[in-house]
Write a protein of this length. Structure first.
Length: 161
C-alpha cells in the first residue's frame, strides 16, 4: 500500500483550491469559523490518525482540516428553524412535479405515505398485533413474587396472573 502523501484523489483538488485561496488572499478560508483543535496525547493522536487513514485511504491526514470542519463549532451553532421542511403526500405528488419543484432547485421535502400508496407488505405484516400475536407474554421471576405476595394479601389461593 502506498503512503498517504503519494495517493491521488479528491483531496488533492481541495488542497490545490485551498493553496490558491491562500495565495490569492494571503490566508486560508474556511466554511465555518475554526476553533482550536483539542490537545491530544501522542498515543491518542496516533490512534486518531490511524483511524482517519483507514476510513479515507484517498486523503492525507492534513486534508482532513481543509474545510475547517474538524476544528469548528458547526455542531454548536443554532439551527435555522424559520424555514420548515415541506411535507407532501405521495398520492398528491407526481414524479414530474417533484423534479421541477424540489429536485432541480434542491429543496428538501418529506414525502409521506409511500408505504401505504405502494402497498408495501410491511404495512400489514409489521403491525403490533401481527408482531406480538405469536409471542407469549412472560412475567419475570421478580415480578411473580410481587403478584404472589399481592394474591396472598387478599387471601386468594391463586398465584397466577
Amino acid at each position: 500500500m502506498a503512503p498517504n502523501h503519494e495517493r491521488k484523489g479528491t483531496s488533492d483538488a481541495y488542497d490545490k483550491t485551498a493553496r490558491q485561496d491562500k495565495a490569492a488572499s494571503g490566508r486560508t478560508t474556511y466554511r465555518h469559523r475554526p476553533v482550536p483543535s483539542p490537545k491530544l496525547s501522542d498515543r491518542v493522536r496516533r490512534i486518531v490518525e490511524d483511524t482517519k487513514r483507514k476510513h479515507r485511504t484517498d486523503m492525507r491526514i492534513e486534508a482532513w482540516h481543509n474545510q475547517g470542519f474538524a476544528g469548528s463549532d458547526i455542531c454548536d451553532m443554532p439551527l435555522d428553524e424559520s424555514k420548515g421542511i415541506k411535507r407532501e403526500l405521495c398520492k398528491d405528488l407526481s414524479v414530474e412535479r417533484f423534479i421541477e419543484e424540489y429536485e432541480k432547485p434542491s429543496v428538501p421535502l418529506v414525502i409521506e405515505g409511500i408505504p401505504e400508496y405502494e402497498k408495501w407488505a410491511a404495512c400489514e405484516n409489521w403491525t403490533l398485533k401481527v408482531r406480538t400475536d405469536t409471542s407469549p407474554y412472560r412475567i419475570p421471576s421478580t415480578a411473580s413474587i410481587l403478584f404472589t405476595a399481592h394474591s396472598n394479601s387478599r387471601n386468594s389461593t391463586s398465584t397466577h396472573c
